[in-house]
Design a protein around this ligand. Structure first.
Ligand code: NAI
Length: 277
């Protein structure tokens, strides 16, 4: 059961805390991830930042890992509050050694890992005939191999704990395809296959693995869409708007909670109804 931390009693005084107990209990009960440790890759901005914020509000300690350390640090500073800690660590998910070091640092700091969100992802769009091999490789390396490195690095710890939650951020495009995004669509479709395999392999250790497949979400990644493309997209979205990062964070927050303990190997589509499967 959650108790009022001694540090709060010292800071605010017992009588003041007693008089506001109902509010404190309400607040404490909302924190479904109290004491848990979550790693979010690409957590510095966009969807990853919204996910980090949501998990932090639920009481988790956050490791925000990104290629962009200064932005990750800024996000970590915004999150740190009360007893929750947040740590920014630089790691390029394409590099196995960098990922292993990041996971080691996490364990040194927090001693456990409860949640991994494989969110880091990039696009290098182009029609297939003109697509450069390096753009194919880069997208595959970040979006797919990155999840392989990160997942592999946390599995031993989660297995020992007999508990873990892995959420991979896929894409609507990985299910329906998209002209000009063959590399991206292939990486996200493969990520879904990867998710299902991890789910089957590690269910017996109490680890769940699921994917969230966002539709079109208003972030830096989609900021280059022309007004015409945006208008065309809007016509295909029954709910009549692009998504916002918080829409995705809400689904992730549910999947890592206790309530989602019987859900594994699934793809949760968050796309305003653009694709119904
Ligand atoms: P974003 O570009 O705003 O943020 C991506 C973050 O990942 C950045 O902080 C970036 O520095 C980091 N990153 C990039 N390469 C990295 C690497 N090699 N190692 C570590 N970190 C790296 O993108 P956004 O929109 O927030 O996307 C997040 C995830 O959601 C991606 O996996 C993306 O494919 C997926 N997604 C986004 C959609 C959208 O409409 N924005 C739609 C469907 C999926």
């Amino acid at each position: 059961m959650w108790r009022i931390p001694k540090a709060w009693t010292r800071r605010y005084g017992k009588s003041r805390l007693d008089s506001s107990k109902p509010e404190i209990w309400r607040y404490a009960n909302r924190m479904r991830l109290s004491g848990q440790v979550a790693i979010v890759t690409g957590g510095a901005r966009g969807i990853g930042k919204a996910i980090s914020q949501s998990l932090s509000v639920e009481g988790a300690h956050l490791v925000i890992t990104d290629v962009n350390l200064s932005e990750a640090q800024q996000t970590a500073n915004e999150l740190a509050s009360g007893t929750r800690r947040s740590l920014a660590l630089e790691a390029n998910v394409t590099e196995g050694k960098a990922v292993a070091d990041m996971v080691d640092r996490t364990l040194q700091e927090f001693g456990r890992i409860d949640v991994l969100v494989n969110n880091a992802g990039i696009t290098r769009d182009g029609l297939l005939l003109r697509m450069k091999e390096e753009d194919w490789d880069l997208v595959m390396n970040v979006n797919l191999k990155g999840a392989f490195h990160c997942t592999k690095s946390v599995l031993a710890t989660m297995s020992k704990q007999r508990r873990g939650r892995i959420v991979n951020i896929a894409s609507i495009v990985g299910v329906m395809g998209n002209a000009g995004q063959a590399n991206y669509a292939a990486s996200k479709a493969a990520l879904i296959g990867f998710t299902k395999s991890v789910a089957r392999e590690y269910a017996s250790r109490g680890i769940t693995a699921n994917a969230v497949a966002p539709g079109f979400i208003d972030t830096a990644m989609t900021q280059n869409l022309t007004p015409e493309v945006r208008e065309g997209l809007m016509k295909q979205i029954p709910l009549g708007r692009l998504g916002v990062p918080q829409d995705i964070a809400n689904a992730v927050r549910f999947l890592v909670s206790e309530e989602a303990g019987y859900i594994t190997g699934q793809v949760i589509h968050v796309n305003g109804g653009m694709l119904m499967v």
